[in-house]
Each structure stands twice: as C-alpha cells, then as structure tokens.
Design a protein around this ligand. Structure first.
Ligand code: UD1
Length: 417
C-alpha cells in the first residue's frame, strides 16, 4: 500500500501544466462506443479511473491503446452488452456506460456503480430518464437488466436537480435515438460542453450545452473523431490551494480561467492575487491567508463541490473563520477528522463546516477515504510543521496524475513510498 510522505513549509515556485479533466475524459471514453472508426482522445490523464473505463471498453470488445497523452479507441468490434460487477465497482462514472451500451446494442446488463463514498449517490434519475426514452429497465439482485427492443426515442426530460452524470447519460443515449430529446434543468458544467463538443464532432446534433435547456436531435450514425480533453479545473483549484497555504507564487499552464470563475474570487478574498493571460494562470499568495466569506457548493457555475476539500484545508491556516456549506453531497466532510488530527479547528454539523484558522498545522499520520479528501490532506501536509504521512493514496490516484511529481517539481518535499 503506497503512502505519501510530505515535509511541510517548503515554498513552491515555477510553472506546471494542468492535466486533462478526469470528469470530461470518463464520459467521452464511454461515448466512443457509439462511433464507427478510430477515436483519438488527446490530453487524457493517466489515472486509475481512466484505466477502469479503458478496461470496460476492452471488455465490451473495443480496441483501446495509449500513445503518450492520448487514448485511442476503436469501437467497431463491440460484441458484448454486459459489464461485470468487478469493473462497475471501480468508478461511479461507469454508470454512463448504461446509456451508451443501450444505444449501441439495444440491451445492457450491469450492476450498480462504485466510486468514492461521499454520500448515497443514487442513480434513480439516470434510470428514470432512460425509461422516458423507451428503455425497459428491471432492477434485481443488484443488477440492472435493460432493453430497448424498438430502439431509444427522443423525450422531453425535466431533471429535478441538474445532475452531471444524468445529463451526460441522456446526451449519450439521445444522440442515436429516434427523434428529438429536450433536457430541462440540464447540468451546465464545462465537462458537459466538452462531451457535447466531442459528440458533435462525431456527427451528433446537440444544441444548448452549457445552458439550462439542451436539445439533442437524434442521428442515424456517428463517426469517430479526434478530440482534446479540456484542462482539469479541480486539479487547478487544488494546485492553487497548495500554493496558497505555502505563501507561494506559481504559474499554471493550460488553464481555462473562465471555468474557474467561481473559484478565483474565493482565493482573491483570501488575499491571493491571480492573473489570467493566454491560457496561463499566475498565482501569488500572501504569507498569511485571510479567512473567506461563506463558501457554498452549488452546481456550475456555482462553487464546485470537488474544490471544497482542498479549499477547506487552506481555510484551516487562514486568519479567521471560514464557513463551508456543502449542498451537493451529504457525506463530504470525512477529511475534516483527519485535518483535526493535524491540529485544525473544525466543527461540522450536517452540511455546514465552521473552520477556525490556526497558526499552523503539524505533521502526523492521516488516512484519505476519498479522492478530494486525499487532495486536502496533501494541501495540509504542504503547510504543516514536520512530516505528514498520508495513507489511502489510491484515492488520490483516481483523479490526480503523478501529483507528487508535479508538486516536487514545483519545490515541495513530497515522495511516494
Ligand atoms: C459528477 C462528478 C463529481 C462531482 C459531481 C458534482 C464525474 C465523473 N463526477 O458526479 O466529481 O462531484 O458531478 O459536480 O463527472 N443524484 C441523485 N440521483 C441520481 C443522480 C444524482 O439523487 O440519479 C444526486 C447525487 O446523489 C448528488 C447530486 O445528485 O447528491 C449530484 O450528483 P451528480 O451531479 O449526478 O454527480 P455525479 O455525476 O455523480
């Protein structure tokens, strides 16, 4: 079992390239099974979650290979419509394969998805939407048995919440459905726009991605295409947190600053200065961070739930009190207990966490239990006195590519053992 050893209080400096977005790469890879020919997906991060999607694609019969930063998928040879439990449990986003496999083969059989334990994470909205599109779905013994004997058809779907995964599920399923699908209260995340851009390059007709209402006109076939995944805004926010807690100045390359529009003002409020120019973000942190106003996680364009944990770690060493309200997932403060082992002063009640800044954290053994929680422990370790040993590195590796290498190149004292 790998661990990270971080010796804190080292300044970071220099420039680093921000990896491609995991949350874009996963649905795009699932969508490739709708296409004919060879897809080349550039800027695809090397992550265990991406490997898990590649394994599902291979199991379904696709040819999948990697060539440096790109993943190449040829789905002409798809010959299965089931996904074994062992593969489904690897990631939550395996659920988007449901609509993809159903659209491609007319049938699908798979178990409930896995993923980080950050709350209930039901899939009721996915199932309801696919049923509205004509799928017959039976749930028994933890398995979903799905069929669309007459093909999927367009439908008018209104989401009760702008769920990212459900919006992606519908987009993928609707591309090859008969007729037009309208999604009202659709998720507006940049990763939704990236998926739409990929599918439209393949010949899909998706309009309004990134707006509240999306229209998808079904087409008869999709051709493979070349596509480059957008930069990961959550990795960018995490690196900004790393620089913030160490009073450092760093430059992030390959960032789309507009995708960070709700995150940048929070860092500015903490006293950091940020300049965005030509795909680069220059970040300068003060010696001591100021507390931030209440941070409420919201669907995009609100403050992202995935950036809550790294920002919360930064708030632990800010001057004053910062309040967090987690509105998306109900069990997303599991890292706070570990941060308190490092000397943080945090009180959590339900969806609220009150963080009273302390002068400094101290290194100790801590254990990550989810992806973004793991990132928060790295942020804390970078500013703690002494050495922090972080267990549960496998969670970090679901979403951060060679994170210890990126940070040590910036000057951090961090290594994997
Ligand atoms: C995606 C992201 C994840 C991010 C989240 C919110 C990927 C691979 N993951 O997750 O990193 O934290 O968006 O921005 O892109 N819900 C239901 N029923 C459903 C579906 C969702 O009740 O059928 C609820 C969830 O429990 C949660 C909320 O809706 O409380 C948001 O979930 P959703 O937007 O679907 O998140 P994911 O797609 O799972």
């Amino acid at each position: 079992m790998s661990k990270l050893l971080v010796t804190g209080r080292k300044k970071l400096s220099g420039e680093t390239y921000v990896q491609g977005a995991k949350n874009s790469a996963l649905p795009v890879l699932a969508a490739t099974i709708l296409t004919k020919g060879e897809n080349v997906i550039y800027n695809c991060p090397v992550l265990s979650d991406v490997d898990a999607s590649a394994r599902i694609l291979r199991y379904l019969g696709c040819k999948v290979s990697r060539s440096s930063g790109a993943v190449i998928v040829d789905a002409d040879t798809v010959d299965r419509c089931d996904i074994p439990d062992e593969l489904m449990r690897k990631t939550r986003s395996s659920i988007v394969f449901l609509g993809a496999v159903l659209a491609r083969t007319g049938k699908a059989r798979m178990s409930f998805p896995g993923g980080c334990e950050i709350g209930l994470r039901p899939i009721d909205m996915h199932i309801k939407a696919l049923r509205q599109m004509g799928a017959v779905i039976k749930e028994k013994h933890g398995y979903l048995d799905c069929a669309a004997p007459n093909g999927l058809r367009g439908a008018k779907i209104t989401l009760s919440f702008p769920s990212v995964g459900t919006t992606e599920e519908i987009m993928i399923a609707a591309c090859l459905a008969q007729g037009t699908t309208t999604v009202t209260n659709a998720a507006r995340e940049p990763e939704i726009c990236d998926l739409a851009e990929y599918l439209n390059k393949c010949g899909a007709k998706i309009y309004g991605a990134g707006e509240g209402v999306m229209v998808i006109e079904g087409v008869t076939s999709l051709n493979a295409s070349h596509h480059s995944i957008i930069p990961d805004r959550i990795v960018a926010a995490t690196l900004m947190s790393c620089a913030a807690v160490t009073g450092s100045s760093i430059t992030l390359d390959g960032v789309i600053c507009s995708n960070l529009a709700s995150v940048i003002p929070v860092f500015e409020e903490a006293g950091c200065s940020i300049k965005c120019r030509s795909g680069k973000l220059e970040f300068n942190a003060p010696e001591k961070l100021k507390s931030m106003k209440t941070i409420r996680t919201m669907p995009y364009p609100g403050f992202p739930t995935d950036a809550q944990a790294p920002l919360l770690a930064a708030a632990c060493v800010a001057d004053g009190t910062t309040v967090f309200v987690e509105n998306i997932f109900e069990n997303r403060y599991r890292h706070t207990g570990e941060l308190m082992r490092m000397g943080a002063n945090i009180k959590t009640v339900g969806k609220v966490a009150v963080v009273e800044g302390v002068n400094s954290l101290y290194g100790t053994y801590v254990e990550a239990t989810d992806l973004r929680g793991a990132a928060s422990l790295v942020v804390a370790g970078l500013c703690a006195d002494g050495q922090t040993e972080i267990g549960g590195v496998k969670y970090l590796e679901r979403g951060y590519e060679n994170f210890e290498l990126t940070l040590s190149e910036l000057g951090a004292d961090i290594k994997k053992i």
